[in-house]
Write a protein of this length. Structure first.
Length: 357
């Protein structure tokens, strides 16, 4: 069985695709974005996957790839086209190659036109293909910079992508209207640039008259992507909080384990967001915790110090996760949710005030 997730970066309108073999848990990630590495890493860890390879469809001009950063975190390999011009990859791909992940694999189609190094990744059963910036949903990538060629793109789409099964689902590298997926049959018929009976000269005329502005990030993105996403300063994306051993969830929340919180109780503000009857009830509460019920948290947040980290606590970790969202909205920055709530705290036999047993 295939594990498949489509992820989105709103800043660059980039789609990232996670594919994994459910038996071996081996995974690949297509077109990761540097600023989203923390999010992607959280999903990979939550699903219990082993990231084997990151794959880029081309050298991007609108965002920096997350491939280098993910290699630093997971030790995975980096792969992209042999004619991409990029340095630092572990494997350079050519037309007809395959990339394996567990019992599954992707076939590589060379589809130049946007750049010389553009490739399309086709799933082994030809049910899905990942077209990068070659073919978009009812559109196409640009051909006015980075070795762009309307003639090459037309042939790539018609001779490679449109030759896949009609019901093959096509997943693009970007979409700017909220569209997520199309199919070979749809694009053959309805793509206003490349479908129907349009000729290569029709397409070239269309593309030469787009009049689009220069990509905003090109001067930063291309040099970094020619080194597989390694920034000039060699710094990883985002800052890991240093006030506690925290983990980042795919839900976008920093989490702390009960035992770790117990070791730094005197250095943080512990905010219990349950009701008073729960706080004083059978489960008890953490020594030093301040009671502020969730429905009162926003209006009473001024009672909390902004220069001291806050850990939110509830029964099982759900309400306290929402508490971190509320407190962030109120201007607090050093926040974490205690994983598992008081249920896990008590299961680990940590100190409580009150409660039963």
């Amino acid at each position: 069985m295939l594990i498949f997730r489509q992820l989105f970066d709103p800043t660059s309108s980039t789609y990232t695709y996670l594919l994994a073999d459910s038996d071996t848990r081996h995974a690949v990630l297509i077109d990761p974005v540097f600023e989203q590495v923390r999010r992607d890493g959280a999903l990979i860890e939550e699903l219990g996957l082993e990231l084997c390879t990151t794959l880029d469809t081309h050298v991007h001009a609108d965002h920096v790839t997350g491939s280098w950063a993910l290699k630093q975190r997971f030790g995975c390999k980096i792969a992209l086209s042999e004619v991409s011009g990029a340095e630092g990859a572990d494997r350079y791909l050519k037309d007809g190659d395959t990339v394996e992940f567990g019992a599954r694999h992707l076939n590589i189609l060379s589809t130049p036109g946007h750049t010389d190094g553009c490739v399309t990744y086709v799933l082994d059963d030809r049910s899905k293909a990942f077209t990068g910036d070659c073919l978009l949903i009812r559109g196409s990538g640009r051909t006015d910079f980075q070795q762009g060629s309307p003639e090459l793109m037309f042939r790539s789409v018609h001779d490679k992508i449109f030759c896949l099964p009609a019901d093959c689902l096509l997943y693009p590298g970007h979409d700017y209207r909220g569209l997520t997926v199309t199919s070979v049959a749809e694009e053959r018929e309805f793509n206003p640039r490349l479908g129907g009976k349009l000729s290569v000269s029709d397409f070239a005329g269309y593309m030469h008259n787009l009049g689009l502005p220069h990509p905003k990030q090109i001067d930063v993105a291309v040099p970094a992507n020619l080194k597989c996403g390694q920034p000039a300063d060699g710094a990883l994306p985002g800052d890991q909080p240093d006030w506690a051993p925290l983990s980042y969830s795919f839900a976008g929340i920093w989490e702390i384990q009960p035992q770790a919180l117990n070791e730094i109780r005197d250095k943080v503000q512990i905010v219990d967001v349950r009701g008073k009857d729960e706080f004083d009830g059978p489960m008890g509460h953490i020594p030093g915790a301040k009671l502020i019920p969730l429905d009162k948290l926003a209006e009473r947040s001024s009672k909390l110090a902004k220069d001291k980290p806050i850990v939110a606590v509830c029964r099982a970790g759900g309400r306290s996760a929402q508490a971190t969202v509320i407190l962030k909205r109120e201007g607090f920055t050093e926040l974490a949710n205690m994983t598992g709530g008081m249920l896990l705290w008590r299961a680990q036999h940590l100190d409580v005030v009150g409660g039963e047993g």
